[in-house]
Write a protein that binds this ligand. Sequence first.
Ligand code: 4AD
Ligand code: MG
Length: 436
Amino acid sequence: MNDFRISNASQFEGKIVTVQGWVYNMRSSGKIKFLMTRDGSGIMQGVLVKGECSDESFDLFEKLTQESSVQVTGVVRKDPRGNFELGVQKIDLITMADAYPISLKDHGVEFLMENRHLWIRSQKQWATLRVRSEIIHTIHEFFHKEGFVHFDAPILTPSSCEGTSTLFSTNYFDEKAFLTQSGQLYGEVGAMAFGKIYVFGPTFRAEKSKTRKHLTEFWMVEPEVAFANLADNMDLGEKFVEYVVGTVVEKCGKELKILERDLKELETIRGPFPRISYDEAIKILEKRGVGIPWGEDFGAPHETALGEEFGKPVFVHHMPAEIKAFYFKQSDTVGGPGVTGNGKYALGCDLIAPKGYGEIIGGGQREESVDALKRRIAEHKLDEKDYSWYLDMRRFGSVPHSGFGLGVERTVAWITGAEHVRETIPFPRMLNTLRP
Ligand code: 4AD
Ligand code: MG
């Protein structure tokens, strides 16, 4: 295998190398020809000059089409602006590409989405997906450093975690199964066995929403910690998000530049993040002219307003219990001791990203009383027999515990400044989008 990659061209200065890649762009300036080749790690300019480059290669250059696959051999040298370029000696054609549908000019997003399998070769998509890869690596790194065990939850499940309205169902031999909405309930099992775990995998929601934040298939990382309360949970979320952003700033400078992302702004994303109760948030929304009645969930305008108020991620905690899932521990007062029963508030915490990127973390403290949980399961019209194993976590050594889920695509969108979460995953799945 060829160990030359465009990304490490600086190590090959003065050496003859072969770039294995695809034609990105071509142009001529008098007798000199320029061939831009991409190899997946970057784009490099090749310069063809008569006398230095074979005549056959000059002839081939005239015939080349965008995205044809080639091997370009030449000498690595520094151009006047300090970039590494190739003094081309020879071009070998691997295959000539048909007329490529995506040119370097602008296209409509519908067309690009139909051609997602080709669109990801374009610079901005390429950079976004590289940042995604780095973020996923960093997520694993963070939790391993913090002593968490990586714990897998099943994808096919018999029960719902986040309410029954967004379940995708499938036949499972003689019964019905659902694609998981969240690995949390299984993560709680892991926390009771290992103390600190994180689940990381794809999750599914039959969301009919057509917003820039909703996918039907998205990836979630879900830490769960035994003996942790709501404040501990926010401490962990804050440390985690700070670490992820800091690592991307440190390692993805090239990609963020392609994406024209304001680095200065990202550098300010450091803890402590403000923590406000839902009641306080309601007052802020009122003041900013986007008030909602107590008990309603936030929509896009409210999340945007909270972002403007604080300019960095903000935790909202103690939400109205009636709009939250069955498993939350509840409290009758904000900041008061949790009550086992039906309190007014759920001990939840959502982290809202700035600039309307929305909620990137959702989580909270879990109900640890078996009786209270049984009541909630009934109130939410869920079938207790599907949750008997979950109730066992409360029967056999129940402890206070907390966790959260961070949505990978929304996090990538916020950090890269993507317009829509569809650009942050190779093959987005959304209402009306199942192909390619
Ligand atoms: O707030 P959610 O629904 O929380 C849970 O699923 C909990 N069971 C997690 C836990 O405590 N272990 O979802 C968590 C996060 C959201 O904050 C958001 O970032 C992301 O998952 N998310 C979505 N991302 C893209 N498209 C969607 N349709 C999403 N729904 C949630
Ligand atoms: Mg949520």
